[in-house]
Design a protein around this ligand. Structure first.
Ligand code: GAL
Length: 417
């Protein structure tokens, strides 16, 4: 083979491997915690939409609600300099990585695609930090939902409860006929979800905001004590199998008629849908007791690690563009049980619960009733959330702990940070 021929074939081979490498890199390895049956349906919708654009979604799923396990895995991967291409995060976690300078700045993409015009104005400030877009918001969930089994409510002649007093009356009736009133997974964040909903119910949005600001007088108030009193009451409405149970198995209890109610974010709806259950027929979705008019939000976003490789950046960009595509926003929301994070989308495609969430968000915005979720890392930095998690989970399982003890433990824990 002549020198010239060799050089040409070598260049061709190199070119081909570069092309192969680029094609190979047209993938995004995504670390996330969407592992329940319903959540996996959501991931599949994203994989399909992304695949249609020639980019492969490489799955790096880590089980465990609210992502505590996934965040742990992420830390070790970053520490070993093998970060995934991207990860599902909540805003508070995203801010941690952004402050460490490890996330890609998505500002060019945001400018090119007009995110300032398309993304919900009320959440933009979370994602555009110091003039940089640190992540792409994907979907908005609401944590103040009550899910109920319609047949079991009929059994005791009850309507969905509007407040906790009504809930407690119905719960006693359900217990009297041998039905578990509340399906609950005994995990710290699930106890937390109950608490944040009760705080909003007992005190309202302004009170809730003072709690997350750590206002001592508010946390020590009679209202906060009555919130813990109501939480204590719920100890008597869950079954003995509750400790350690995953949230989706608690949802399954309501689906299967083993329990009447669940307080859980609308990711639960994806489980009802997967089981072929119809909203307002087999099950109902209403604002958690006493929180009508309020909207406790959390957003799942994707943040990207700078892998320093053009091909992978372009794949990350394609994913970011795909998730903000108005059709994909709705497709994903329908599967995931959430609502879009963009302003312009076809809300008529959402189901009853989805439209209710969207309408409730709109009316809550008008009344300043929208507040960030504490236990899904929307409201405060991790260390502060950790204090609330520790106190609420100790309180729920320790019957000798009084509501007074709980509020004092909160104040003490926050003071030590
Ligand atoms: C939330 C997350 C949701 C859902 C839920 C249960 O924190 O934002 O998308 O996954 O946990 O795991």
């Amino acid at each position: 083979m002549t020198k010239a021929a060799f050089r040409i074939s070598a260049a061709l081979a190199l070119g081909l491997s570069a092309v192969a490498a680029y094609a190979e890199d047209q993938s995004v390895e995504m670390l996330h915690f969407w592992t329940s049956g319903g959540e996996a349906e959501g991931v599949r919708a994203l994989q399909t939409a992304l695949g249609a654009k020639g980019v492969a979604w490489k799955d790096a799923a880590v089980a465990g609600g609210t992502g505590a396990n996934a965040y742990q895995v992420l830390r070790s991967r970053v520490a070993s300099k093998t970060p995934p291409s991207g990860a599902q995060m909540h805003i508070q976690e995203t801010l941690v990585w952004a402050r460490e300078g490890l996330l890609r700045d998505l500002s060019d993409l945001a400018a090119k695609d007009g995110w300032r015009n398309s993304v919900l104005p009320s959440i933009q400030a979370n994602y555009e930090v110091d003039g940089k877009w640190i992540a792409v918001p994907v979907t908005m969930h609401r944590s103040n939902w009550l899910w109920y089994n319609t047949a079991l409510l009929k059994k005791v002649g009850a309507e969905p409860p509007k407040d906790w007093e009504e809930f407690n009356v119905i719960a006693e009736k359900l217990k009297a006929v041998g039905v578990t009133p509340l399906a609950l997974g005994g995990q710290n964040w699930q106890y937390g979800d109950l608490l944040e909903n009760i705080i909003l119910a007992k005190g309202g949005p302004d009170f809730y905001r003072k709690v997350i600001a750590g206002d001592e007088e508010t946390i020590k108030s009679e209202t906060m004590i009555s919130a813990f009193d109501q939480l204590a009451k719920l100890r008597g409405y869950v079954d003995a199998g509750s400790p350690g149970r995953d949230w989706n198995l608690a949802t399954a209890m309501v689906i299967n008629g083993e329990a009447a109610f669940q307080i859980m974010g609308d990711w639960a709806k994806a489980e009802f849908a997967l089981a072929g259950k119809q909203p307002d027929v087999d099950y109902g979705c209403v604002a958690a007791p006493g929180t009508g008019g309020g909207f406790v939000w959390l957003v799942d976003n994707f943040a990207f690690f700078d892998t320093g490789n053009e091909a992978s950046r372009s794949a990350q960009n394609t994913l970011a563009e795909t998730v903000l595509d108005p059709k994909v926003q709705v497709d994903f929301a329908i599967k995931k049980g959430s609502i879009p994070v963009i302003t312009d989308f076809d809300s008529s495609r959402l189901d009853t619960c989805g439209r209710r969430s969207f309408e409730d968000r709109t009316s809550a915005e008008d009344k300043n009733g929208v507040v960030p979720s504490i236990f899904h890392n929307a409201a405060m930095p991790g260390a502060r959330t950790g204090v609330f998690l520790d106190v609420v989970s100790e309180f729920f399982v320790t019957t000798s702990m009084t509501s007074q003890d709980a509020v004092e433990a909160l104040v003490e824990g926050l003071a030590q940070l």
